[in-house]
Design a protein around this ligand. Sequence first.
Ligand code: AMP
Length: 212
Amino acid sequence: MMSFFKKIGKCIANLFITKHNTMTNIVLFGKPGAGKGTQAEVLKEKYDLIHLSTGDIFRFNMKNDTELGKLAKSYINKGDLVPDEVTINMLKSEVEKHTDANGFLFDGFPRTTPQAEALDAFLATKEWKVTATIALEADDEVLVQRLLERGKTSGRADDQDEAKIRNRYEEYNEKTAPLIDFYQGQGKFHSVNGIGEIEEVTSRLSEVIDQL
Ligand code: AMP
């Protein structure tokens, strides 16, 4: 007969396995201005996920003039990507703050192949994985205009100068776009039309998430 303690142990193990299997980790993918942040704000409530935006974390550090903020600023204000090592370490320490989460919504991370590989390896140490990557598709010219408009009120230096915005797209095309193949290779890449009312785009994203 199974002892009481063995039974309790099995129950705990089952709970543990269920938790890992139900964890939903979504990478929101898309060019600057595609609406990742706006959609993440809605989706985090709807699916009870932790929203991690590397851009927001950098901006918080810049505002508070931390060492990380000072370092990031020199890249961000030019529209360049912050070096991988800095970004990956920052992301890992944010995830570590929420190890009891139902899942994460990664917004603006990963943006390079080394970041995507580091994310997979890091999640694997916790027996977690990326569930899916969903791209918000939109035309470049529409996005440039959107960012210039946002720059009038956001106060973001990187949104106010068309040359810096164009540099961000070059960074995207060169370093981030290869991630489409990376996630397609894992059978995890999805994309939705990112143009439309906020609610419309949310429902397109939800259709994908509900089928995961
Ligand atoms: P975002 O708010 O996502 O558009 O990010 C603003 C800026 O922060 C980017 O243009 C980059 O300079 C920097 N940044 C944000 N996320 C990353 C990342 N994953 N890797 C490198 N740089 C990043």
